[in-house]
Design a protein around this ligand. Structure first.
Ligand code: KG4
Ligand code: ZN
Length: 336
């Protein structure tokens, strides 16, 4: 008897990207993402606009993912969806579509935790980390050091007490006059800049993070310099970007090193949107060599929000018969 394949449609709609992917036996057949440009003029994601945009995009994105995977909906064995955390209205669009499809096709539903999925993005392609490993998950909404014992068993060792690392990039970038999200633009500008400005480093206990002090430190510094020279930002934007980026990356890696020492774990990964940052990636590799770590960084498209990571997470839950039902709801705050 031939072994049955498991084909999962995954839906991601937690923030401002509408994603759909098809995963067969843990292999990505398709992975589509529709970004939303409607927020650019507002300096941040507007929840109401995000959910409306998801409603417009979600069916074409799902249709595209199914077609480019070369399958028909009848071949699907389950629908995985992001249950939370995220923007409630955005999540509800994905949950509603997932429930409707599962009911029409009479197949199971799998609810996926968005932050677990960022961690499990490491299992989409080789090389894959060996358990237990440490994952620094850095996104627009979260900054966590996670000890990953198994595909479904993880614990948070440290987290931010205020802003997330992505927010630190986006909010300081806004002060420099950059469009939302400023992280990628800071990354680009920093390549032509030098680390010449020093900002306050937070003093937070254990493995926790804080970024609000950095934000204030950059604000006061810019206000002072601009009062002397109104062209200060324009004339120094590359060095400012490089200095902000270096400070954020140093804060992140210092704690990651501490976590490795405390747990004696040397399998280390990074994930989430901020792990797309080129300086964080190169600094992690360098630290890995110095510390004798085996380091793991998912491919760029699996670092930022995507549905493939929801699909791989759904696949591991499917193998454990861990399903949701039609009573599933979206949760803006969802316990890790
Ligand atoms: O994981 P993600 O796509 O969405 C959330 O779940 O939040 O992360 C988005 C965050 C934004 O704050 C964005 O500025 C940041 O990731 N980001 C970057 C880079 N690419 C995305 N930050 C720094 N450097 C980058 N290259
Ligand atoms: Zn995310």
């Amino acid at each position: 008897m031939t072994k049955k394949t498991i084909t999962i449609l995954a839906i991601e709609s937690s923030c401002d990207d509408t994603g759909a992917a098809v995963i067969r036996d843990g292999i990505v057949l398709s992975n589509l993402i529709a970004n939303q440009t409607v927020h650019q003029n507002y300096g941040g994601v507007i929840p109401e606009l995000a959910s409306r945009q998801h409603l417009i995009q979600i069916i074409p994105v799902i249709d595209g993912a199914i077609k480019s995977a070369g399958i028909t909906v009848e071949q699907l064995d389950a629908i995985a969806f992001t249950a939370g955390p995220g923007l409630l209205g955005s999540l509800m669009v994905g949950v509603g579509v997932a429930k409707s499809m599962a009911m029409c096709l009479n197949i199971p539903l799998i609810d996926v935790h968005h932050m677990h999925a960022h961690v499990l993005a490491h299992f989409i392609e080789n090389p894959k980390p060996v358990f237990p490993f440490l994952c620094l998950t850095v996104s627009g909404g979260h900054t966590q050091i996670v000890k990953v014992n198994d595909y479904t068993e993880m614990e948070i060792l440290g987290t931010t007490i205020d802003d997330a690392a992505g927010e630190a990039f986006d909010k300081t970038g806004k002060m420099l006059g950059l469009e939302y999200p400023a992280g990628p633009e800071i990354d680009r500008l920093a390549k032509q800049g030098k680390y010449v400005f020093r900002f306050t480093e937070p003093k937070v206990n254990d493995l926790d993070f804080s970024f609000s002090g950095l934000k204030t430190s950059v604000l006061y510094f810019l206000q002072k310099e601009m009062s002397d020279n109104p062209a200060f930002i324009t004339e120094n934007v590359n060095d400012l970007a490089c200095s902000i980026q270096t400070t954020i990356v140093q804060i992140l890696l210092k704690k990651l090193k501490k976590a490795s020492e405390m747990t004696n774990i040397k399998e280390i990964g990074i994930s989430g949107g901020v792990s797309a940052n080129s300086f964080l990636r190169s600094s992690l590799l360098k630290m890995g060599v110095e510390e004798g770590w085996k380091t793991y960084i998912p491919k760029f498209e699996y670092c930022t929000d995507n549905a493939a990571m929801i699909g791989i997470s759904g696949y591991f839950k499917y193998l454990k018969n861990d399903f949701a039902d039609q009573s599933a709801v979206a949760k803006a705050r969802l316990e890790f």
